[in-house]
Design a protein around this ligand. Sequence first.
Ligand code: SF4
Length: 424
Amino acid sequence: MSTTKRIEPFLVFADAAGNIYDHPELLMLCRRGNELTLPRPDELIPLPEGSEFFLLPGRSALGLDPETGQVEELGEPDELAVAVFASPAHTLSATAAYSTRPGAPVLPLFAYGALGFYEGQFYVCAKRVDMDHRQEFCNIPRARIENGARKLRADLPDNRLVRHLTGCALTYGCPAARNLALGRFEAPLPTSRTCNARCVGCISLQPEDSGFPSTQNRITFKPSQNELVEIMRRHQSKEKRPIYSFGQGCEGEPLTEAALIAASVAKFRKAGGLGTVNVNTNASLPQTLPDLAAAGVDSIRVSLNSARKGPYEAYYRPNGYQFENVLESIRAAKASGLFVSLNLLYFPGITDGENEWDALDALVAETKLDFIQMRNLNLDPELVMRLMGGFDFGPCMGLANFLKRLRKSNPWLGFGYFNPYLEK
Ligand code: SF4
């Protein structure tokens, strides 16, 4: 007989000033797609350090009255719903439960996790999927990052990419750029100003009328081979297990600069360059992958919200390529000996739908891709449901079952949140 006490968090809401309160009676609810439900016991974790609270403008919190079993709405004007952006390495298994009032603005490009409070502790519906600490900065004073950025600029004073990335580290707080300044983990190497996709949730370029801003500005110049190789060599001199990643949030699609990347990586390798060279990509250009592999690239990470053509193209809105090209790229990468990860943009109630799981399982089994990075889709949940409304996802199984079944069906498959360092 299990003795673990059942955690039943109470609803959390806020006033317009952002003060957060727990409700004395109403229980926390959460949302998976169109489903409004109590959290499953196995999905509640104490709120991880480094998570951020979000006040949801124009939205009322929804909770459950345990006496009547009815869903109650906190509708007072100064009572607002709250959501949480879980710290990196955590995948949300459910989104916040709220109802949107007329005239409410679209929410900006973040993921909105369900939050509750119980016996002095905040709880979130999420799962830690990676034990790597590369995006934890809670114990690193800002001065150390500033100092690292200064040293990097001093070492490579004429390198435009260094000026761009140290700016990103100190202005946007970009975790990848901060790690470069600190000389640890994964170095970002943006190269491309253009993209052949128009993702609804693109973080580097948003159309005027989208209603929400991009969270980063796109790089405005094309770095040279020397600028890229200089950064790679310096990072190798600082980090024993260096990872170098083309394809960052502040650029377009790196495969549009495949020739530059291949030439730079070949130069780096020829000079004895070590470490894992990775390309984060929308995998739209399969013909570029054999040359990248021959040049010394080790892995690619393919961005994907769905393994089905309809939902994929509805989100990525490809321009000059199709979903089939993405599949072709995964096959070409495997045939060229590359380690292939998916950057799976997980959305509770959609990605864990039976029909989505079937398609993803078939893709993994057919291509033998190696790893799935369980990322959160950063987009207003109601916009996601409108965008995906026309597709039948089937009943949802929950994050825990989703992972368990994929692991069972594809025993070699690895899971995480970050690009793995590949031992050679
Ligand atoms: S692939 Fe990347 S850069 Fe291109 S539209 Fe999508 S998010 Fe933006």
